[in-house]
Design a protein around this ligand. Structure first.
Ligand code: FNR
Length: 186
């Protein structure tokens, strides 16, 4: 199974990027996770959406080819970062590569609530008709105070968080397989 991760932070030391890398390593026997870069995507522009730059085509192509998408979402000013919204705008148009593409969400912040507002907004966006991504119900992974739960090597050191992540990954894979069997996904 091939999953692509879309990380909503482009900074080098991003905790959300570290979380994505941790998931990539920990569950490498269960699925292949490719972490996509959204750093190089230009601002979405309707004037060029039918013939976008190569970097956009490549990004959309990778999402289209994947079995599922993992959103790894930071919280900026109580919502999703603009760079993530920009990536979603590209994905939502023309060939609509998220349509029917199952996805699930995790997120980390230094605050106590661990991106609860951003994830709520992202859930709303994904249910919007333009995107149409079937989303794993429940299983909300809010990694708050992340700077105290991850070590210098990028390992999650907070055992309850790791256990919960194990549960969510199992739930995601079960849900994916059930849904795929009844052909809800394209
Ligand atoms: C933040 N941060 C933040 N945290 C939070 O829990 N709720 C919020 O609304 C915000 N708002 C916010 C706005 C801006 C512009 C910045 C730069 C930061 C803090 C944020 O959670 C923290 O910087 C994380 O480390 C960002 O994620 P990455 O880059 O580490 O993945």
């Amino acid at each position: 199974m091939k999953i692509v991760a879309i990380v909503g932070s482009i900074r080098k030391e991003s905790y959300n990027l570290k979380l994505a890398k941790y998931i990539q390593q920990r569950y490498k026997d269960r699925f292949e996770l490719e972490i996509l870069s959204i750093r190089e995507l230009p601002f979405y522009d309707q004037d060029i959406e039918n013939e976008p730059p190569a970097v956009v085509k490549e990004f959309k192509g990778k999402v289209a080819a994947a079995d599922a998408v993992l959103w790894v979402v930071p919280e900026y000013n109580g919502t999703i970062p603009g760079v993530l919204g920009n990536a979603i705008d590209w994905l939502s148009r023309v060939d609509k590569v998220m349509n029917g593409k199952p996805s699930w969400i995790v997120g980390a912040s230094m605050g106590l609530l661990g991106t609860v507002k951003a994830q709520g907004h992202l859930r709303d966006i994904l249910f919007a008709s333009g995107i149409g991504s079937p989303l794993l119900p429940g299983n909300e992974v809010y990694v708050g105070v992340v700077h105290e739960k991850i070590d210098a090597e990028g390992n999650l050191t907070h055992e309850p968080t790791v256990k919960f992540l194990d549960t969510v990954v199992g739930n995601f894979l079960n849900w994916y397989n059930q849904q795929a069997k009844i052909a809800v996904f394209k």
